[in-house]
Design a protein around this ligand. Sequence first.
Ligand SMILES: [Fe+2]
Length: 263
Amino acid sequence: MPKNKLSLMFESIFKRDVLSGNTPKPELTVDVHAHVLPQLDDGPVDIEQSIEIIKEMYAMGYRKIIATPHVMAGYYNNAPEDILQSLHILKTVLKRRNITMELEAAAEYYLEDELFRLVECHKVLTFGGSKKYLLFEASFVTKASYILEAVIKIKQAGYTPVLAHPERYVSLNDLEVINRLSFNGALFQVNIGSLTGYYSKQAQELAELLISKKLVAFLGSDCHSIAQLESIKHAFKLKTFKEATQLNILNNTLMEKKITVFA
Ligand SMILES: [Fe+2]
């Protein structure tokens, strides 16, 4: 069939963008776990550090970041309004400096009884709009039964539980346990850095197992500093990263404005 004028025009734009190297990385444009809001947790100490990280992530192909500061009673008492105020300030500065990264905020909730209270009275920040993804983490030695209890309670309250970096928990080094959490509605967010062995050999192996069993819903940078982005860049080159991005992960479904190769 002969090509019409419009398709030839798109083809030439496509070729030009690919050749110029301006095409954003199509495999991962949204980060769902990043400590980029200043002075709320163990992430950036000021707004300049936040901007430095965001600019570097833009260069890596990211176009949207869900900022997820820690919430932990007695350590990081970040109420939704504190987080949203910090987001507003950072977004204002980004706009003033013509940095086009899309930015939203949720949180990384620490698994403790206080989390159950926050969930019951709906004082939590989630991402994904009506999907209400709630990101939570546990201590690295938390019992699997406590994680399961959290999954059930979070779900009962009307949220979608997303367990941060499951590969890093000692008690989850067991496929049967992982499957039980998944069966009860847990989604898993694997840290990209885990694929390089950045955290530990055991975390790397469990991350690889989760990928091979197609149990990864989200990939996250869990970035706290610009230095940490080096391990993410390294992971981008790995076969396991490519495999993970081919699993219908949900990151890019969170992009409101669809990025195409013509953009
Ligand atoms: Fe984190």
